[in-house]
Design a protein around this ligand. Sequence first.
Ligand SMILES: [Zn+2]
Length: 484
Amino acid sequence: MRTKPAVLDLIVATGFVAALMAGCAPPDSAPEPEVGSSFGTTPGSGGALLFQGARLILGDGNVIEDGALLVEGDRILSVGRTGEVSAPVGATSIDLAGKTVIPALIDAHAHLGYERYTSWGSQNYSRENLIDHLDRYAYYGFGAVFSAGSDPDDLAIELQQAQRDGDVDGARFLFAAGMAPPGQGPNNQFLRHALAIADETGMTVLRGAATEAEGRAHVREVAAKEIPFIKIWVDDRGGSQEKLEPAIYRAIIDEARDSDIEVIVHQQTAQDMPDLLEAGVAGFLHGRLGPTLDDQLAAQIRDSGAFLVPNLGLGELRRERVGADPFLQEATPPAVAARLRESFDALGVGAGASRAAAAASQRERELSDAFSRLVDAGVDIVLGTDAGAVPDHFFGYTGHRELEIFVRLGMTPMQAIIAATSRPAERLGLADTGTLAPGQMADFVILDTNPLEDIRNTQSISRVFLRGREVDRTRLRRLWTGQD
Ligand SMILES: [Zn+2]
């Protein structure tokens, strides 16, 4: 049980939270998200629900054809073949013949709060906007999302508690405390906005460690707040920032181990990875794939039990006309989708297309070689998108696109689904989600078509259930697009 820290009451009492919310008026054209009402009413709400006849992809590598899933309250009671799962009297039966059910997906790398679809930055950061982002994940079939080191921690703790109390819907919100050299952290644009939020709210967003002692003191502070994750930025962002020195990250990781805190690293080059693994990091966000990620390093990652989030869509999707994708359009204001199309067209990619294609095929070979090396070595690859870290890299949508990339580079669809469900659940300490199994939270997605045949079928979302209740996707779509 986590208890609400006393400091939060103080903050609420002194009006910091109110000030934070008041300071973030939405731009005129942005639809105002409604709070805490993304769930619709489910037929037989309150009674048991028996879903029958669907292919069940359990998230752990197993499949049940013609399966049945019994849900009561927020939990899955049983999972088996249709006809073999008996329902209690009064249960509502739901026919899912021809459909496929997968566990709700999990995005293990995102940055919530800054994106508002019409603009990006600290001015958008508010509790309401965080909840809107959790609703966007829920809409796209995500049951949890990990915001990596860019949130004001007391607000994030309060939101988690409100969600545990059942007052906030949407995907489950997880976050890490961010740590870097003083005044450093995310990319320079992002950093400016993260520092602005800290300034405006008086809350901590990033903790700067100049010495080993400071690093250890920060970890103890994070432990006192019962935040189970620390994100550290180690590399120098292409020379634009100071590196986090090995002695300091070693001290942070060592101190974190004593408090059962997992340390996750932003690291864009293979260079520091061996030492970080020796120091005991839990995983890498941006395991930059390329020739430097060789067999030896892949084996070391596997043997240390660390995971890796390849984060490939972040670079790739901006070279695509995503504004024309109906799957993006269904949860995006039409004007925003139009802006994305126009800004893509303005790049004039037609001109250098053949040179770009040649470079892309070389890059593609390197990528798929590196990716296959990791998969073959048995490294735990986890879905993460970095959605929200830069403008127009949208929540939920990008997760499905990342799965497409995983399969294109060599995973089977089943491996990709595992990387997006049970594996991130394990890595993020979510024992009650990520698989379809008795006792698990009823977090699942009903698909019209089978993603084992084509991973893009994860996009054929029919219905989403989180904590046993159906997400009202129609209402959310209207809210965001003004259309049905
Ligand atoms: Zn990130």
